[in-house]
Design a protein around this ligand. Sequence first.
Ligand SMILES: [Fe+2]
Length: 257
Amino acid sequence: MSVAPTNGHRLLQITDTHLYADPESVHAGVVPERRFRAVMAALSPWLTDAQAILHSGDLVHDGSIAAYRRLRSALLAVERPGRVIPGNHDDRGSLRSVFAGDPVSAERTLVVGDWTLIGLDSLQPGQVPGVLADDELAALDAALAAMTTPWCLIAVHHPPVPVGTAWLDAIGLEHPEPLLRRIDADPRVRGVISGHVHTAFNGRWHGRRMLTTPATAAQFLAGAERFTTDPSAPGFRWLDLRADGGIDSGVVRVPMQ
Ligand SMILES: [Fe+2]
């Protein structure tokens, strides 16, 4: 059940929807479209107290414009401003062409109360691990320089720190040091929110929150040495971005019938 945030603004995060042009398509033993629809239905009561929504990558699995359009329609239906960032399965050009305009777009920043959400693009075409190119790091520097809020949350598909699952940590964000250096140097940056690992992670790095969130599609088994799916339910994350720079957050799982 949703409880209104007591001291801040609420952001809702979904991730790794892995939709296909054909909504009946199966991926890793599940029908991503069906799970996505179930998660969006469960998220609905949380919208009352939420100001914004984030999708942290792997929007579609097949790069199809049809799947991007269907996803955008569903995100527009929640009637909240939103941002999307690409994951390794996304097609950068298609994503940007469909999510080109507000209120739900691939724009870099979104102000949510006392916070600025800054989205980063870690996609390397044709590769599973992510990386932040020099121009992406320069864009982060520019966004931080232009920031008008006291606090910042960075969104990047690939987690910049290990999440404790060996095969996923081997395909995370390559060369995370330039990002981590910038975070370390800027006390306004309070955390990093990611997808990619299809499981929940709640860690800290140098006092900053490092969070990942269950996919709406198939789940991966936390702690596994090699690729292993997990029968756990899909889910989403809520984040209450407090005025004092703290983050209250939790994951909601959505059991499938
Ligand atoms: Fe994914």
